[in-house]
Ligand binder design. Structure first.
Ligand SMILES: [Zn+2]
Length: 125
């Protein structure tokens, strides 16, 4: 069965976010990195989430807490609201542990260093 990507591009996961998550390719833009990080939440690849968080803010993320957040919610869909070179505004729709519909609305800032994009931080709405 065709496994469509979690990030709602209508592409196959294996031809969209998976090559980035598995480290076969580097995300070429901040938006593509953001999409791959959303998909990493969906497949609970916490190592990828931490590895793509900028070294200056990585210390604020705990592997176990991130895993709990990724796994206790059911990720429904991703909507990109706005994108510039270094900023991506998005809404992530999910069901929380009580199956309540929630929206995580964030404007994230990214930074490119030595050819790789990193998530730095975000403003939540
Ligand atoms: Zn994708």
């Amino acid at each position: 069965m065709a496994n469509l990507c979690y990030c709602n591009t209508n592409k196959l996961f294996s031809e969209c976010c998976e090559p980035y998550i598995l480290g076969f390719q580097k995300a070429p833009t901040a938006e593509i990195l953001m999409r791959s990080r959303y998909s990493a939440y969906c497949v609970q690849n916490i190592d990828y989430l931490l590895a793509t968080t900028h070294i200056s803010t990585r210390k604020f993320y705990n592997k176990n807490e991130t895993l709990i957040f990724a796994s206790q919610n059911q990720w429904v869909k991703l909507e990109i609201i706005n994108t510039s070179e270094i900023i991506v505004e998005f809404k992530a729709f999910y069901l929380d542990i009580n199956l309540k519909s929630k929206i995580h609305h964030e404007k994230s800032t990214f930074k490119k260093e030595r050819g790789s994009w990193f998530y730095v931080d975000g403003e939540w709405f």
